[in-house]
Design a protein around this ligand. Structure first.
Ligand code: PXP
Length: 249
């Protein structure tokens, strides 16, 4: 059964729209945990467009589930992670002009740098995950860094036309199989919604899904605690084959 990591970057997006103190992501992390979040994820971006350093520091002290820090593989972020010691670091590619993380990390193209960073983080007791596309060369390179986890990028699946979704799902499923045969543990995320999450949650070996946008959007209607509860129910009890029209028992 997969667990649910809740990404609360959008709470900080609302706060930063006014550069004020509310809503505070630290408060909302607690509400997400009350709704059943198995982990809290935040992305500290180089440009600090949403999550701020102060948020990560306070979350480190208050999160009772698991804190997953998404970050670019830069010396600045490495120093922050090594000081604050989140439970997990997920290394992601970052471009200043992008609206959200686009594409997976090119692990194969920066293997030596990543191997050394992964080693330093793991020596500090931090779990490390690499956000990658479900491509064999990237998965092989991920295993070669010594990281324990990969997070499979589900963006192509999420954005695919309905008729192309089964192929994208098969790619993720195969990616999970290959990753596990390389000794990696498997998470996934990006673009998952209440409508498309179940087939991904049902992939064999899937340990955790990281989900943000759709949960915060739903929270506007029902509150964050309830929005998390609803998503957790889908993640924990996915219909095996919802793409092909089966119904929930
Ligand atoms: N996983 C990673 C690595 C991400 O960068 C993001 C977006 O910040 C997510 C998961 C969550 O994506 P979404 O907000 O589309 O659910």
């Amino acid at each position: 059964m997969a667990s649910l990591g809740v990404n609360i970057d959008h709470i900080a997006n609302v706060r930063q729209a006014r550069r004020t103190v509310e809503p505070d992501p630290v408060t909302y992390a607690l509400l997400a945990e009350l709704g059943g979040a198995d982990g809290i994820t935040v992305h500290l971006r180089e440009d600090r467009r949403h999550i701020q350093d102060r948020d990560v520091e306070l979350l480190r002290a208050t999160v009772r589930s698991r804190l997953n820090l998404e970050m670019a593989a830069t010396p600045e972020m490495a120093a922050i992670a090594r000081r604050l010691r989140p439970d997990m670091v997920t290394l992601v590619p970052e471009r200043r002009e992008e609206v959200t993380t686009e594409g997976g990390l090119d692990v194969a193209g920066q293997l030596d740098t990543l191997r050394s960073l992964v080693g330093r983080l793991q020596d500090d007791g931090i779990g490390v995950s690499l956000f990658v596309d479900a491509d064999t060369p990237q998965l092989e390179a991920s295993a070669a860094t010594g990281a324990s986890w990969v997070e499979l990028h589900t963006g192509s699946y999420a954005e695919a036309a309905w008729s192309a979704q089964p192929d994208e799902l098969a790619r993720l499923s195969e990616g999970s199989f290959i990753a596990r045969s390389l000794g990696l543990r498997v998470n996934a995320g990006h673009g998952l919604t209440y409508q498309n999450v179940e087939p991904v949650a049902a992939i064999e070996g899937m340990e955790e899904l990281n989900i943000g946008h759709t949960i915060v959007a739903r929270a506007l209607a029902v509150g964050l605690e309830q929005a998390v509860r609803e998503m957790k129910a889908l993640v924990q009890n996915p219909r095996r084959d919802p793409l092909f029209g089966s119904t929930r028992p």
